[in-house]
Design a protein around this ligand. Structure first.
Ligand code: ADP
Ligand code: ZN
Length: 664
């Protein structure tokens, strides 16, 4: 071995060759991190191959080898390479993203694996006796685990049908085979309860990866997984890169969740990566949800995935009755007469209530009643949200803050009004209407502190809170038997989103929030307030009718050839000068049209992005739409090559998003 191919941690889609100095011969291996000279700099990269002969004349030597062990094994190398090719992100960048930042710090001396076995002892919880539907699903899954076959299952189980119990028992089977499992959960707010249930069953064998870990906690957890001390990894999307040795099962809980799509490079969707990792490790992948994504359900219908269904709640508890209140007939814009009445009843009976509104802050915009002027962020094309705590207006995209205005900057009139309800305002209204109720608000403003989720959920579980009010953080996964009323303050915030998935999101969100009630001995009720009571997403949620919603939505997608009938690639052209961005977008669109001739690809745009400006950058979009993702990949590769040679593209960035989750 004289030369190594290195994928460097830079946005360059190319491998570089370096010579291996004699002293490093024994230390260099595939998947190992190396420090290499690059221009005037020293940067990190990963060894991905070897050669006996140099490919170019001037090959520089590897500078140093910081770690004792490779960062990636052969399987992870292939997975990251696939990601790089599928999502058009340089391989080195993918590898950088697959390692937690704390594992990438360069140690002064080579680092050895630290022993960090925890000595806590747990009282283990006992498995439940499964009902017939659960048993059937588990049997199917176990067969795949036994055979060590990669196969994708879609578990469509209504809320509180006992999905988690199936995960737990399937994991037992995986561990019995001497293998490890990865369980993916969407958000940190979900993990307290998931964590309790997994730790209660598996004790110190569980490793929890989440964003609130300190560096040293994260490093320890990573090492525990690597050394095989922890055999069950639970975490958000990045946990799919956990260094388990012998993967036997992957579970994606709430597989429809939007947060599984990474919004920065590499812009991967966890579901796809999980399926790929399952394939490479010959491990079954279980996707599960009460409201599967249209893509997954369509794949199950076509027989690509094996569909398993749970139609009943545990102990035959009934799904809550859902009632829709038409807000066009109401006086108050926060609490309808009916919701207020039902809330009062719950408070009298000492039962718990969850109120949901997908908008934080106090009011979502400030409008001049005289001339219609709306206060907007100076750098982003969004209105500013009033926050009662600071008394200021805040941009939810870039955190820009501004003092409130009494006088309209446009017409100089004194008629500025705050409109659009946010969670803070709902909280204030509750305190006014029900002064003795114990209220807690849960949104990203109140949960910045490390353990705030745990604290709030704990208090709610112990019955110390009467009304839990929150954003989508409280919509999913939580299991509180004492909740008998769920109120959706407004279904309209998601419904009016400029995105072809707006109806799907709304249906999912409403179904998930509705699922938070009626989980105990008492029956539950759900009240949805909306200005669009006749929308099919709202009506299907009222009837708990996934199939009905799926059929209607699928037809809409078929007509417009949207996913699952096609793949999309979203190209965002961004830069500081509006005219340059527009011109470049036209150039991108022209080039896209040229390279996709005869490939069955449709080009949409160029058009200004729905959010034209973010953080001072103007943004235009071009969308490639095609039935075959391989054709899109080919066209995209030619397109990017072509764009590199165009001088018109100076001063702008082209961001590639394959299978985008949002079109903003
Ligand atoms: P889901 O994940 O589908 O929302 P869970 O797994 O949280 O449902 O189950 C709901 C509740 O029922 C939980 O408290 C769980 O412990 C309990 N449970 C699950 N399976 C059984 C079973 N077979 N028998 C009794 N209780 C069960
Ligand atoms: Zn802003």
């Amino acid at each position: 071995m004289k030369y190594a191919s290195v994928a460097v941690e830079l946005p360059i889609n190319k491998l570089f060759q370096y010579s291996i100095p004699a002293g490093f011969q024994s230390q260099i291996a595939i998947g190992k991190r190396v420090i290499v000279p690059f221009g005037q700099r020293k940067i990190a990269g990963y060894v991905v191959g070897f050669a006996e002969k140099p490919e170019v004349a001037d090959v520089k030597p590897i500078e140093s080898v910081p770690d004792v062990f490779p960062c990636f094994d052969a399987g992870m190398l292939r997975l990251t390479q696939w990601l790089s090719e599928y999502y058009f992100c340089p391989w080195g960048e993918v590898m950088k993203a697959a390692l937690p930042a704390c594992m990438r710090k360069i140690p002064k001396k080579p680092r050895r694996t630290i022993d960090s076995g925890r000595e806590e002892t747990y009282q283990r919880s006992k498995p439940f006796r499964l009902n017939a539907e659960q048993k059937q699903a588990l049997t199917l899954l176990n067969k795949s685990i036994e055979e060590g076959k990669s196969r994708v299952f879609l578990l469509h189980g209504i809320t509180a049908s006992g999905k988690t119990e199936i995960y737990l028992q399937a994991i037992v089977n995986t561990l019995n085979k001497g293998k490890q499992a990865i369980v993916l959960v969407p958000e940190i707010s979900l993990t307290p309860q998931a964590r309790e249930r997994f730790e209660a069953r598996f004790g110190e064998e569980t490793a929890l990866l989440h964003s609130h870990l300190t560096d040293s906690q994260r490093r320890q957890t990573w090492e525990r997984i690597k050394s095989g001390k922890a055999n069950i990894v639970i975490g958000p999307r990045s946990a799919i890169f956990a260094p388990v040795r012998d993967l036997g099962l992957i579970i994606v809980d709430e597989e429809h969740e939007n947060s599984y799509k990474q919004m920065e490079s590499p812009r991967y969707h966890l579901r796809e990566v999980a399926i790929k990792r399952g394939e490479l490790s010959e491990a079954p992948v279980l996707l599960a949800s009460a409201t599967p994504s249209l893509e997954s359900y369509y794949n199950a219908q076509r027989g690509e995935y094996s569909l398993m269904t749970l139609t009943k709640r545990i102990d035959d508890r009934v799904l809550p009755g859902v009632e829709i209140v038409d807000m066009r007939d109401e006086r108050s814009h926060i609490f309808s007469h009916y919701l207020k009445q039902e809330l009062e009843k719950r408070l009298e009976r000492k039962e718990q209530v969850i109120l949901f509104l997908n908008r934080r802050g106090f009011s979502s915009f400030s409008l001049c009643r005289q001339c219609g002027y709306v206060v907007r962020c100076k750098r982003c094309s969004v209105s500013l949200t009033y926050h009662a705590g600071s008394g200021n207006f805040l941009c939810h995209y870039c955190n820009y803050e501004e003092k409130p205005r009494k006088i309209c900057p446009r017409c100089q009139g004194g008629y500025m009004r705050r409109l659009g309800v946010g969670t803070q305002q709902v909280e204030k209204e509750i305190r006014k209407l029900f002064p003795s109720a114990r209220v807690e608000r849960m949104d990203s403003d109140t949960t910045a502190a490390r353990d705030s989720h745990m604290r709030i959920f704990g208090a709610f579980k112990r019955g110390e809170i009467d009304i839990l009010l929150g954003t989508q953080m409280i919509a999913k996964g939580l299991d509180f038997p004492g909740v008998t009323l769920v109120g959706v303050i407004s279904a309209d915030t998601t419904l009016s989103f400029p995105d072809f998935r707006a109806s799907e999101r709304t249906f999912q969100l409403l179904t998930q929030v509705a699922g938070r009630t009626g989980r105990g001995a008492l029956p539950g009720k759900v009240i949805i307030q909306t200005h669009s009571p006749e929308h099919y997403a709202v009506l299907a949620a009222k009837k708990h009718d996934y199939e009905g919603f799926y059929k209607e939505e699928l037809e809409f997608r078929r007509q417009l050839l949207y996913p699952p009938f096609s793949h999309l690639v979203l190209l965002t052209i961004a830069g500081p000068k509006e005219d340059v961005v527009e011109l470049s977008a036209r150039s991108v669109s022209d080039a896209a049209n040229e390279v996709s001739q005869g490939k069955g690809i449709e080009i949409l745009g160029p058009a200004p992005a729905p959010l034209l400006r973010i953080r001072g950058k103007y943004r235009w979009q071009v969308i490639l739409k095609g039935e075959k993702v391989t054709c899109l990949h080919q066209a995209l590769a030619s397109l990017l090559e072509e764009l590199e040679n165009r001088h018109k593209m100076r001063g702008v960035k082209v961001i590639v998003d394959v299978d985008p989750a949002a079109m903003l």
